[in-house]
Design a binder for this molecule. Structure first.
Ligand code: AMP
Length: 503
């Protein structure tokens, strides 16, 4: 048995050659036999130019070629560098240089912006338009036999979003990714051959990871024609494909729920949400709309999609005495993954106490690419230090607190924005909310709530009353700012730094 991840595709193609593998919108574009054939030929084209372990950057919107290229890289023994296509050209330049990528594939819309980087980035030899004739020619030759890979060989360099400083390349090995795939089956969901996943979230991140268990079980990878998230398009695609899974940031789930549609959702099997906080009120609204089809994951690039999970059954267990607390949590550690809440010396804290979340398991990154100092700091004492803060309950359910930089300290007391946000979202006139600290001469910081109203802005006195009814007086916002939308990054995370700049 080859340790090469590309074997997953070959295996599905042998078992289910005629099942559909890729679709663009409602239209199937190739079967598993065709996809495996194309991948082996494309791998041959890549191997003509590159040597084992060379990096290949993918700066592409979601498209069917994403699947081909990832598997072709692995088939040829190369390391893929999927990059967030929405980054600024200077950030893209940094990532290409830092990863040492020799080739870069760009989708047609990005090609003109990317092509000049072949001149400015020394390691980069060529930028190839993934919709152009050069790409087609690469896949026109004879197929390549699959390269041998070791468990520790780098397979995917995942660049962190770099909200604090330069992005870092998380080195994910063949073994790391295989562990994360197996964890999907153990704790998130089953996948039957012929079922589908719609890639509405970026394939450079979560949706790309979830493409992998779908290939492993001969599922259909559907790329929306818009290349991203569009609520009406998702509802339309649910009429065209069956057994559909969707990986979505909580903000996307909310947009699906808010979309006025009486569309049939019988073909929707699972929404896996994660990547940011899901508020209890929003989670309940989603279950009301879709039924108990929700599963949650908590992960980060350094432990891809795999720290804790909360499956559909927990979401459906509404009569559990701690149902509300469970919904507000991120679930329990994945099978075979160890999660600890540690003190400053990495010693386990008792249940209920708040500390940094530490993780161990086969899915944890090998380290940061070409950055031994950051690797040593993050992986010290054998644990991944997530930088996230939270607490475990007696039953191993983990509740995340806000990141320490988002914590508000007012008059010496800690205020977790999430707690205030959960309360404000109970008001029917509040669609979205984000709470940040504003510096204040007397209190250090005061709480300010940015509110996206649903319809007419709610009365501030009503919001105040809601807070006074449920949380300590000092936690209630001193000011409410009504905004049309909250600033978010391409993976749907609210950018609190942008909000703080507005103050
Ligand atoms: P990234 O590496 O870009 O995927 O971002 C990972 C970060 O997103 C984590 O460290 C958490 O802070 C946050 N995150 C991921 N999943 C969840 C979740 N289910 N609930 C709340 N925050 C999450």
């Amino acid at each position: 048995m080859s340790a090469n991840l590309a074997q997953l595709l070959v295996r599905s193609a042998h078992a289910y050659p005629n099942l559909p593998a890729l679709a663009l919108g409602p239209r199937v574009t190739c079967s598993y036999a065709q996809l495996a054939g194309r991948v082996a030929r494309l791998a041959a084209g890549l191997a003509q130019h590159l040597s084992p372990n060379d990096r290949v950057a993918l700066v592409m919107q979601n498209c069917p070629q994403y699947v081909e290229l990832l598997f072709a890289c692995w088939h040829a023994g190369l390391c893929a560098v999927p990059v967030n296509a929405k980054l600024h050209p200077r950030e893209l330049e940094f990532i290409l240089a830092n990863s040492g990528a020799r080739l870069c594939f760009a989708s047609a819309d990005l090609y003109d912006a990317m092509a000049p980087l072949a001149e400015s980035v020394p390691c980069l030899e060529e930028v190839i338009d993934a919709d152009g004739p050069r790409y087609a020619a690469l896949a026109a030759g004879a197929p390549l036999p699959m390269a041998a890979r070791a468990a520790e060989d780098p397979a995917w360099l995942f660049y962190t979003s770099g909200t604090t400083g330069r992005p870092k390349g998380v080195t994910l090995t063949q073994k790391n990714i295989m562990a994360a795939i197996l964890n999907y089956f153990s704790d998130v969901d089953a996948i039957d051959p012929g079922e589908a996943i719609i890639h509405a979230a970026p394939m450079s991140h979560g949706s790309g990871f979830y493409m992998l268990p779908h290939v492993a079980h001969a599922g259909l990878n559907v790329v929306p024609e818009s290349g991203g998230f569009d609520a009406p398009e998702i509802y339309a695609l649910l009429q065209a494909h069956r057994g559909v899974t969707l990986f979505a940031a909580p903000t996307m789930v909310k947009r699906l729920v808010d979309h006025p549609a009486d569309a049939d959702t019988a073909n929707l099997k699972t929404i896996v949400y994660g990547g940011g906080p899901m508020y209890v009120a929003d989670c309940k609204a989603a279950m009301k709309r879709f039924g108990y089809k929700l599963a949650q994951i908590y992960g980060q690039g350094e432990s891809p999609m795999t720290i804790t999970a909360m499956g559909k059954a927990i979401h459906a267990a509404t009569d559990h005495p701690r149902y509300e607390q469970r919904l507000a949590s991120v679930g329990q550690a994945f099978t075979g993954v160890e999660v600890m809440v540690g003190d400053a010396d990495d010693r386990p804290l008792p249940a209920g106490e708040i500390g940094e979340i530490l993780v161990r398991g086969d899915q944890i990154m090998a380290g940061y690419w070409d950055n031994p100092a950051a690797s040593a700091e993050t992986l010290r004492n054998g644990w991944l230090h997530t930088g996230d803060v939270g607490s475990l309950d007696e039953e191993g359910f983990l509740t995340l607190m806000d990141r320490s930089k988002d914590l508000i300290i007012s008059g010496g007391s800690n205020i977790y924005p999430r707690e205030v946000e959960e309360v404000l979202l109970l008001h029917p006139g509040v669609s979205e909310v984000s709470v940040v600290g504003q510096s204040h001469p007397e209190w250090g910081e005061v709480v300010v709530a940015f509110v996206v109203p649903r319809g007419a802005p709610p009365d501030k006195a009503d919001l105040d009353a809601l807070c006074l009814d449920r949380i300590a007086r000092f936690k209630r916002p001193k000011a409410y700012r009504y905004v049309e939308a909250l600033p978010k990054n391409s993976t749907g995370k609210v950018l609190k730094t942008e909000l703080r700049k507005l103050l």
